[in-house]
Ligand binder design. Structure first.
Ligand SMILES: [Zn+2]
Length: 367
């Protein structure tokens, strides 16, 4: 039986047909991919590159983060007395872990749907090059990586920080003045979180690009990133050589080896919390904004869209990160790439690995 592929010259193992038919619910991972991954047209867009303001990101994210942070604890306090007593003996706060993990995933889905819409409206960078799609043979593995990432992160954060947050809040009687002070300091704490996390990400990411035995864990991810969100992903990976010179779509950030997924979902967030321990509420905002920016920066959407945390301030120093920066990172591989940061370009500037923007140079922007 002939196997068709969206990539005309792709070898057989690269065939990608899953997005052409609705899978049954008996294949939950394929169904999830079909519903969430970008399936629109990839037309070449001309003209100046639009600029998306940071207020769009905040208008989208703040209500979601705030409503869940206020509403879920009320539900948790209400339902905890009705839980069977054995649940109280679990080492983790079970109800908070379940509810915040559910909310994280729900909000993640709305982020993906927003980005898919923006991709339809604005198209992709380097539009003449067709973007990659996940091959059928790698679909389940990719989606399992997505699920692992979106479950591990909220589980770990809630386990580490929830009890402290709840105890301190209860002790203060959920005093509104205290909330006001907390909210005023939030942007500052989020910026520190972002910079600290980006440091650990920079170190691990650059190491994988420069230390031979680590590259094997990263090259698959790079290929994957390019396949799920409308991310462009070029690889120096002979296994996936068909993706050379091509681009990827928005969900690929989670496609990779288990070791890599574990690093991204557990080790880097854990190191960030050890280096800069924040309260649960700040962590919740930070985790959601990180997911937002990771999805945007892997989408390849043809706009100047800065990472929302500190983006405007950092742009004055030339250290902001926008969608094109990570896109350009994916076009080069082993020991040739640049822009290793994922939230900012602070560490790339300090360590001399900042790359030049191509399509989002000042003179090409629709201001
Ligand atoms: Zn990389």
């Amino acid at each position: 039986m002939p196997i068709s592929s969206s990539t005309t010259d792709a070898p057989r193992f690269m065939a990608s047909t899953w997005h052409k038919r609705t899978p049954s619910l008996r294949q939950p991972l394929s169904w999830l991919a079909y519903k969430l991954m970008y399936k629109g047209q990839q037309e070449k867009r001309m003209g100046k590159v639009p600029v998306l303001s940071g207020s769009l990101s905040h208008t989208f994210m703040v209500p979601r983060a705030l409503v869940s942070l206020v509403l879920l604890p009320i539900l948790i306090r209400h339902f905890t007395p009705y839980l069977p007593s054995f649940i109280l003996f679990f080492p983790a706060p079970l109800l908070p872990v379940l509810l915040f993990t559910f909310a994280y995933n729900l909000i993640g889905i709305t982020i993906l749907l927003l980005i898919n819409r923006l991709c339809d409206t604005y198209g992709f960078f380097d539009g003449a090059v067709k973007r990659d799609v996940i091959p059928d043979a790698k679909l389940n593995e990719t989606m399992l990586g997505v699920v692992l990432l979106t479950v591990l992160r909220p589980v770990v954060g809630t386990m580490m920080l929830w009890n402290d947050w709840e105890t301190k809040g209860a002790a203060s009687g959920w005093d509104l003045t205290q909330w006001g002070w907390w909210a005023m300091g939030l942007p500052f704490r989020l910026l520190i979180c972002s910079v600290v996390m980006d440091f650990w990400f920079y170190v691990s990411h650059r190491s994988m690009h420069e230390i031979p035995w680590l590259w094997k864990f990263h090259k698959v991810v790079r290929f994957a990133v390019s396949l799920s969100l409308p991310t462009r992903e070029l690889t120096d990976n002979s296994l996936f050589s068909a993706s050379h010179g091509e681009a990827s779509l928005p969900t690929m950030s989670a496609f990779g080896d288990w070791e890599h997924n574990f690093l991204d979902s557990f080790v880097i967030p854990g190191l960030t919390l050890i280096t800069y321990k924040v309260d649960f509420g700040t962590w919740w905002f930070s985790a959601l904004y990180t997911l937002f920016n990771e999805s945007a920066s892997h989408s390849g959407v043809r706009v100047l869209w800065r990472a929302p945390i500190g983006g405007w301030v950092l742009s004055l120093l030339g250290m902001d990160q926008c969608t094109e920066d990570h896109e350009l990172h994916h076009r080069l591989g082993w020991r040739k790439s640049f822009n290793y940061g994922k939230q900012t370009r602070i560490w790339d500037t300090i360590f001399g690995t900042k790359g030049e923007r191509l399509e989002t140079k000042e003179e090409y922007l629709q201001l």
